[in-house]
Design a protein around this ligand. Structure first.
Ligand code: ASP
Length: 287
């Protein structure tokens, strides 16, 4: 089996001047994931490695650079899913951690699939996750960026050489969201899904609408018949029923990569085994 990897930096409008930071971010993320897959590592490790890079970059609304809630707190959501075992780990409205995706990853071996708020943070602390204060998570965002920011989850989907699929998401949620608000990103079947033999998908966009459409599940159901690109495109287009923007990345069991969005921009990087350089886009039809 040839490995494949795709990452995104959010379905959003990229402000003028932010293009290079977005390109550089998804490019660094794909390199981190590629290093894992090219050395025989697993899809789940590649997804975690790629999302950690995106969480570390303030240009993306995940980890450092997360958008604040209505009262100025940082509450993050993240999840990771192993298509081999259907294990899910997700954290919701977690505060004070640098890499929510790694806390989600730590949950994979546990009975619980989702932990929220203070319980999630306590779990992270017990497991030795890296802790970050609110100011560290917020610092590098300028007033202007905050005023313009809306939403932009990050995500990764991978297929490894053993045929295992995985997906991961991470987000600071919507700018100015209610304290305690949860979107699609930690919920399996809404913001992401992965199942060996079928495919894997990760989404970004307006979480309430994505959840109401059960968008990840919708894409999974269409993947074998229509392939990943058409499955994502036809599904995100159906968002007109409920409103809101969305973008999605997917890989099917054969290693075919697909992505689509109905937002102004969607920073994406993708690579397959044997490919020298990743393909990078800031929106569809623009290399
Ligand atoms: N889906 C995320 C949420 O609703 C936000 C985003 O993708 O930008 O929390």
């Amino acid at each position: 089996m040839s490995w494949a990897l795709i990452v995104h930096g959010g379905a959003k409008e990229i402000a003028p001047g932010e293009e290079d930071a977005n390109r550089e971010g998804v490019s660094a993320a794909i390199e981190a994931g590629r290093a894992v897959l090219a050395s025989g590592g697993s899809a789940i490790d590649a997804c975690e490695a790629a999302v950690r890079v995106l969480e570390a970059r303030p240009v993306f609304n995940a980890g450092r650079g997360s958008d604040p809630t209505e009262i100025g707190e940082i509450e993050m959501c993240s999840a990771i899913m192993d298509g081999a075992t259907l294990a899910v780990g997700g954290v919701m409205a977690i505060q004070g951690v640098c890499h929510p995706v790694s806390v989600a990853r730590m949950l994979l071996g546990e009975q619980e699939i989702l932990l929220a708020g203070e319980g999630a943070r306590r779990f992270a602390q017990e497991k030795g996750a890296e802790l970050c204060g609110r100011d560290e998570l917020l610092t590098e965002k300028t007033e202007k960026q905050l005023a313009e920011a809306d939403h932009d989850t990050v995500g990764a989907v991978a297929l490894d050489a053993a045929g295992n699929l995985a997906a991961a998401t991470s987000t600071g949620g919507l700018n100015g969201q209610k304290q305690g608000r949860i979107g699609d990103s930690p919920m399996p079947g809404c913001g992401y899904y992965a199942e060996n033999g079928a495919g894997a998908v990760a989404l970004s966009g307006h979480g309430e609408e994505i959840a109401r459409m059960m968008l990840a599940g919708r894409i999974m159901h269409r993947m074998s018949e229509h392939g990943p690109e058409r499955a994502v495109l036809s599904s995100v287009r159906e968002m007109v029923r409920v409103g809101g923007e969305a973008g999605g990345i997917a890989i099917d069991a054969a290693g075919r990569i697909g992505w689509a969005h109905i937002s102004p921009h969607f920073a994406v990087a993708a690579i397959r085994e044997g490919q020298d350089k990743p393909d990078i886009w800031l929106k569809k039809d623009e290399q």
